[in-house]
Design a protein around this ligand. Sequence first.
Ligand code: HEM
Length: 135
Amino acid sequence: MTKKIVSISLFISWTILVIFITAGLFSFGNKPNQSSSGVQPNKTTPVSSSTATAGNTSIKSYSLNEIAKHNNQNDCWMAIGGKVYDVTSFIGSHPGGERAILSGCGKDATNAFDSRHSQAAFDLLPQFFIGNLNS
Ligand code: HEM
């Protein structure tokens, strides 16, 4: 009689254990899905809004008249592809020589730049970026 009671209670406790384990597995399986689907909109929302805010507030734009004032060795701005660069600090180390780069100071030098340079030169530009060209 006691054996029966022991085996029945063992069976019941095992069944309860199995139910708990199954329930646990289900809840673990669902949690990552819930959190990842919850994280994605959170991730995209701040990123897009912060870049938009940064883009709207911090990037200046300059007219060709303004750029024309920076037309010498000590103060050299140029527009290339709709963006404005202050390349004064690069004049002395320009691989094509000072005279070549000086020819673009104070101007829209897009054609001069595009026609003579490799990707390496394009990669150098961002560090000199100061704003966009007014259209
Ligand atoms: C009106 C403006 C510019 C002119 C007319 C000009 C002209 C030239 C010329 C004639 C060369 C020699 C090309 C050759 O080796 O065959 C050269 C090379 C080079 N220039 Fe300029 N340059 C200008 C502006 C710039 C600026 C703003 C940068 C970078 C911020 C730059 C970066 C380079 C680099 C890295 C080279 C080595 C060759 C290459 O990687 O393309 N240049 N440039």
